[in-house]
Design a protein. Sequence first.
Length: 570
Amino acid sequence: MNTPPIRFHREWLPHFQNLVELDTGWANWDRFQLALEAAQISAVPSFDTLLCLEQLQGIEPLPHQIDVTKRVIQEMRGRAILADEVGLGKTIEAGLILKEYLIRGLVQKVLILVPSSLVLQWTRELNQKFQIPAVAQKKAWMWDKYDIVVASMDTAKRDPHREVVLNQPYDLLIVDEAHKLKNRRTKNWQFISEMQKKYCLLLTATPVQNEMEELYNLVSLLKPGQLGNESRFNKDYVAGKRKPKNEDQLRQEINQVLIRNRRKESNLPLTERIVKTIPIELTSEEKALYDGVSDFVRDRYSSKADLKSMLSLLVLQKEVCSSRDAVFLTLFKLFQKGNEQKTSIPPEVNHLVNLLKAVTTSSKAEAAVKLIESIPDKVILFTEYRATQEMLLRALAAKGIHAVPYRGGFNRNKKDWMMELFQKRAQVMIATEAGGEGINLQFCHHIINYDMPWNPMRVEQRIGRVHRLGQKNDVHIYNFATVGTIEEHIIWLLHEKIALFESVIGELETILEGLEKDDSLEKNLMEIMVNSKTEEEIRNQLSQIGDRFQQAKKEHLQDKARKEELLWTK
């Protein structure tokens, strides 16, 4: 085999020798300036310096978030539980850590596992605030094609995705809502445990919800052996399911992997919530429809024992407080489902149809239009029903008000488009419950609860879309209450007895869990509304629920204080 000839290019040599001899002309001033700038950018004054701070364009990190980033990288070697209280920006902290590792070249392949409702939010924030090219996982081939993927935990752990994810070594794994990994016997815990990961961040505001075992499971998932094996942990640190021992030593071990900032130490008070209940007087036709539906529900409920039937009937009563459009659709579905073989409409259903026909206006919709016209700013309006959403879009359009819909049935691209339209062009976004999950709307500070959910947590989730870290204005919350209906009673319970709008953000879910050990709050409310014969009886029973909530809140705060002593040191 012939060897190809090798020739050396030497035309540069005479010029180079001349520069050496004269020691001049190496570069012009512009080139020197560029070289100096490049050296300054690449220079790291010390290992403690965060390079990412100079390259952020969409966010200004707060002091405690910068401190967390430094601690995770310098002290914890990239494996940490970020356990700040709700509202202090754990997502920002994770983004800073990821950005820093990317700039340093220590991380390339990244997986971020979050609840499905937060996939778009995480992707959007990484793109816009950190200029990190993260993509939302949609197809199986995306696991290999893209370096930084945001996916839902449920998708990743399910075949055929599971095998692909477990076979891929990741430089960094981020898991949001990591308290769902507290039980090592669950598929979630086992899945994360099997993953190949160099660095790992677990984000949760509640690392200990109930038992000490939960904390052990989280720490062991992050750093196996940090707290010893389970028997040693129980022997050395557990006095009871919820009671630790050797607390100083345990705290030292935990603080090597867990960081928790508290709101009162961070000096970051949120803006105020200004709550206003707007009573809506129904027309005589609307009141007749409400009474007719209420009688229909009570008559049917007395002969329906199962929960599913009760829920269907109570939905009808809730919808009549929203719009006749919503009532019509549900009534039609109920009739169709239970009367497949019949051709004639039952008299009681025919009576409701006639009452529906008599309603030609919507007092609630008119009040919404009037209120929005008086607000020279953006408004997000929440309704529980798609039929009401469509009706409101028509009502606002008739007044020349640009509104966009947002609901769970939209795909990711359409949701992004609706968000873009709302931020830059439309005044109003009309969102259904499913559509409102996982979106951030700090640029808006007016919320209309057109329909009030019976679950307090869902109300808090709505408000949390705008009342969060980064909101610079006081948030105005308008609760619509149709006078003389179940809606008026529910708002009284949430506002006056539970004091929902004054509660500390992030604690509501835990309080409700303690309250609902025996039965769901929503089911109890339904039974009260159907079985109570007088307004006074309804108020008395709702008042008892409110008292139970306040007791559960008191117990939660006491329990929280005990846990804080373990998890946080100044």
